[in-house]
Each structure stands twice: as C-alpha cells, then as structure tokens.
Design a protein around this ligand. Structure first.
Ligand SMILES: C[S@@+](CC[C@H](N)C(=O)[O-])C[C@H]1O[C@@H](n2cnc3c(N)ncnc32)[C@H](O)[C@@H]1O
Length: 383
C-alpha cells in the first residue's frame, strides 16, 4: 500500500441525536478520558511540518495498550481497527458506547465495534471526518492533518463580530472560531460536508453557527471581520472542481483566486482573512505578485503575513491526473491579510514552515500588531 489507500464504499454521515444532552455525552466523555492533541502526540509522535502523526503509514511503531482509554479511542476512531465492546466499556460509559453506535460513529458486529469515520481532538474541540484514505464512492469530508492544525493554531483568537469559513468541510475552523466570534457562517458546496459540520457543532455544543450550501459567496449576504478558508488546491486536470475536497482545477488556483478577488468587498476594514493552501505559482511569479494581481493592484491596502514555505517537491497523493510540470515556485502555508483604512500596507515573510511543538500544537500566531514594527523595516512596495 502506498502512502494513501484507495477504497470504494458508501459511508453515511454521522446522525445528530434529537436530545442535546445525549450529544454532549460524546464531548464530555472524550474530555474526561483526556483524548487530547497532546496525549495523541505523546503516543503517535509529531512531525515539525505535519503535526501529530495520525496517519499510520507515516508513523513510528506504536503498540496500543488495551488498558489505556486514549489508545482504545485511537485504535477505533483514528486507525479504524476493531475494538471489543467490553474493552471500550472499561474506559468509557455505557451511555458513550450507546451514543457512538446510535450516531453512526461506530458500528457493532456482535461484541466488536469498528468505525468508518475518524474523530480527532483539536484544540479542545472534537471533530468527526471521513477516514484518511481516498474513497471514490463519496465526496469525502477532509480528515484533519497538518494544515488543519496549522490554521487552527495560527488564527489570532481576538473577539470578532462575524466569521465566514469558506469550504468548511468538517467545520473545524468554524467551530474554533465560534469561541471568539459573535456568529460564524459555515459555507460548503457539498451537502455531505455540511452534515458533518452540523454534527460537529452539535457534538461540541455550539449554537452560534449557520450552515449554508453555497458556491463560495454566491448565497451569502454581507461582510465579515474574519474570513477563513482552506480551499481545494491541487492542480488536477482529471477532476472537476467542487466534486472532491482537493481539486483546484487545472492550475490549482481556481477557487483560491475567486476567494481572494472577493476580499475587497467581503472583508471589513480591520478584518483579517486567513488562507491556508498550496500556492502553485508559475516559475518567475511570486505569491506577492499573484495576490496583487488577484486584488487588482490593491495589495498595499493590506498588512500581510506570509507563513508559506517552498514545496518544489510537493507530492500529490489524491489527483487522478496530477500536475507534472515545473513546481520550483510552489509554496504551501498560510497567508494572513489584514485590511487597512489606508494604503500603507506591507508584506512580511514570517515563517519557515516549522510550526509544531512537541505537544502537536502550532507554535505561531498570525499577529499583525506584533509583527507590524519589524514588517515596516522590511517594507517593500506593493503599490
Ligand atoms: C480542502 S477542504 C477543507 C475542509 C476544511 N475547511 C478543513 O480545513 O478541514 C475544501 C472544502 O471546500 C469545499 N468546496 C469546494 N469547492 C467549493 C466552492 N466552490 N464553494 C464552497 N465550498 C467549496 C469542499 O467541499 C471541501 O469541503
């Protein structure tokens, strides 16, 4: 098996139970068992660029201990292994076991439990996604991996009025934003993704989220002061944009460029847009020039933190017809733009791609105020 397996099986989204108390059992019990990012990091190891090694094919050898609740949860809800029901009941309440079966998070075969989904801890929240393999029968909801934990850790958690999370998938970034934003709009073109996002909001007891089926901003009114996006980004001539979570069209930028073009009308002054993605630049074109083009020459109206790093050997594991040309200018990471009243903006290259602490959390915050002073000294005109 390569780094990523391909399967073909129908998988239903998890079901929300009508009683909110029963939904809260899930998060309460996972918290009680200390199913946390740092406990997962301690068992599975951490890559400085990719975060916790949830992906079993990349991981050092790990022998689960059946007497350890976190190990049992990792076996069942990350690795997709069969776990005896009695074993899980030793650590988690019967109500938890009943609830994971009723919601479809786990299935029962005699006295054995198994799961077709994944459940990740993420900065104090819990996120259900599809399994970390390529399933050609469904429009999969992206599992969490390095990029999720980078963006999740990097967004500055200042109070905000309204956040919009474009391409919300599991809703991970919207759920994290719900803690510090008055309201959060979760947007996806995939109804299946919105079912997962709704489930995850209910499991985490969140009530200030709205779920909108929309092609980017098409069905969304108004502006926001926090824009989040992890759009599909792979240059893929074999797939149609919007049919899966990875295809960004032939040049990879199909969705990204539409998001950036909308920023001047959708992001309020002093608002911040945080975009994590692959930037598959053509040789000779810098990200900065590319953004200035998408923003029609108005890049100087933004303070920009560029946390991208070069990825000239980027390996596309998902596309049917991956890009085979020159990747020497490709970069990956977060670009964080704060909109100004003036045209005194700047662009600062702020990171080198080594983002993870040993506990699996991201050690960098995209803080425009903090970096403003040093950015001024490296000011280069975007005008
Ligand atoms: C790379 S996934 C990111 C999911 C999630 N935000 C995360 O970071 O884990 C991209 C998501 O964008 C959605 N998407 C693709 N095209 C879209 C469009 N035109 N409008 C809205 N969502 C779109 C996909 O369905 C998918 O859920």
């Amino acid at each position: 098996m390569g780094l990523i397996a391909t399967i073909s099986e129908a998988v239903s989204p998890p079901r929300i139970l009508a009683d909110p108390m029963r939904m809260s059992i899930l998060a309460d019990e996972l918290t009680r068992c200390q199913y946390t990012l740092s406990n997962c990091a301690r068992r599975l190891g951490v890559f400085p660029r990719l975060g916790v090694n949830f992906w079993s094919t990349l991981r050092r050898k790990w022998e689960p201990n059946e007497n350890d609740p976190v190990d049992c949860l990792l076996e069942l809800l990350i690795d997709g292994r069969e776990v005896p029901m009695d074993q899980l009941r030793r650590h988690l309440s019967s109500a938890f076991v009943d609830t994971i079966i009723e919601t479809g998070l786990a299935e029962k075969d005699g006295s054995i439990l198994y799961s077709r989904l994944c459940l990740f801890p993420c900065y104090g929240k819990f996120i259900v996604t599809d399994r970390a393999c390529k399933n050609i029968s469904i429009n999969q909801v992206m599992w969490l991996w390095g990029e999720s934990f980078i963006l999740g850790g990097m967004v500055k958690r200042d109070p905000r009025k309204r956040a919009i999370d474009l391409g919300t998938g599991s809703g991970v970034h919207a759920i994290l934003a719900s803690e510090h934003c008055g309201s959060v709009v979760c947007v996806d073109i995939s109804p299946r993704a919105l079912e997962f996002a709704r489930f995850n909001a209910a499991m985490n007891g969140i009530r200030n989220m709205e779920f909108v089926l929309s092609d980017l901003f098409d069905s969304i009114d108004g502006t926001c002061d926090l824009l989040l996006a992890n759009p599909p980004y792979l240059p893929d001539s074999g797939n149609h944009v919007g049919e899966n979570f990875w295809s960004g069209g032939v040049d990879g930028c199909n969705i990204l460029c539409n998001i950036v073009r909308a920023i001047p009308t959708r992001l309020e002054k002093s608002g911040t847009a945080n975009l994590i993605t692959l930037y598959p630049m053509l040789p000779g074109v810098s990200i900065k020039e590319q953004f200035n083009g998408w923003l029609q020459g108005t890049l100087s109206h933004y303070e920009v933190l560029d946390y991208t790093w070069p990825v000239p050997h980027y390996q596309d594991l998902l596309s049917e017809k991956p890009f085979e040309g020159d990747k020497s200018a490709w970069r990956f990471g977060v670009v964080s733009l704060r909109r100004l009243e003036s045209d005194k903006g700047w662009w600062k290259e702020a990171g080198d791609g080594w983002f993870f602490r040993e506990d699996g959390s991201c050690c960098v915050t995209a803080d425009h105020d903090h970096l403003r002073a040093c950015a001024r000294s490296s000011h280069t005109s975007a005008k």
